[in-house]
Design a protein around this ligand. Structure first.
Ligand code: BG6
Ligand code: MG
Length: 216
């Protein structure tokens, strides 16, 4: 068995920082962007997130691609300012212990994240050394629910997809794992993550024994 982890919402709650930066962009454009709107951005790539934000503001098709690239760059500059202040205390409950236990058990560990900022976040959290493989938004061309990010992770681990388990908090990520032929554990609300094999509230609920009982 090998394990592939989404980052945002699984190992750390970066959604609050994405929200601050997207809400400020919406403010500059003259509309309100609520926390409920922000839920729609989980697991969604940066440019697809911008399209959702513009739709919320009734501004679809109002900007050129160049203007959109500029807005996404502004948002990202603010987001990067926020995440570079992060500390290891922000690692979600149980995540570090579970990653450490997997490695001690000789289980391959990969990151499979849509974020182009994943390496910065892992470094800030001091988690980089716990991963055998890191596949992030800089290494893929197709966003989740396409399985590319997880298939590349499995390949780099030297594992068959059927011998991999993905940990995901977003419906698009669960679908990506499924389409890649992998097992999948949802982190969060089972009604949102209904296509997962199994759901837990947090990685604090996971142990190596439980993983083996489920899939080995
Ligand atoms: C995902 C987040 O992990 O990464 C999304 O859930 C985010 O909300 C996406 O849009 C892309 O992140 P970034 O850091 O490349 O803008
Ligand atoms: Mg996520």
């Amino acid at each position: 068995m090998n394990c592939l982890f989404d980052l945002d919402g699984v190992l750390v709650d970066t959604a609050k920082y994405h929200y601050i930066a997207w809400r400020n962009l919406a403010k500059r454009l003259g509309f309100d962007f609520t926390e409920q709107d922000n839920e729609r951005l989980k697991g969604v790539s940066r440019m697809a997130s911008l399209e959702i934000l513009l739709e919320v503001g009734g501004l679809t098709d109002k900007f050129t691609n160049e203007e959109k690239e500029q807005m996404a760059a502004e948002k990202n500059a603010e987001y990067v300012r926020l995440i570079t202040q992060m500390t290891p205390e922000e690692i979600l409950p149980g995540a570090r212990d579970f990653l450490t236990a997997l490695r001690a058990a000789g289980i391959g560990v990969a990151l499979g994240s849509a974020s182009k900022n994943a390496q910065t976040i892992l470094d800030r959290l001091q988690l980089t050394s716990l991963f055998d493989v890191i596949i992030d938004g800089t290494k893929v061309s197709k966003a989740k629910p396409d399985p590319e990010v997880f298939l590349k992770g499995a390949e780099a681990l030297g594992a068959q997809p059927s011998d991999c388990c993905v940990f995901e908090d977003a419906a698009a990520g669960i679908e990506a794992a499924r389409r890649g032929g992998m097992h999948c554990i949802g982190i969060g609300n089972p009604s949102v993550l209904s296509h997962a094999d199994f759901c837990v509230d947090a990685l604090a609920d996971m142990t190596v024994d439980r993983l083996k009982q489920l899939f080995c």
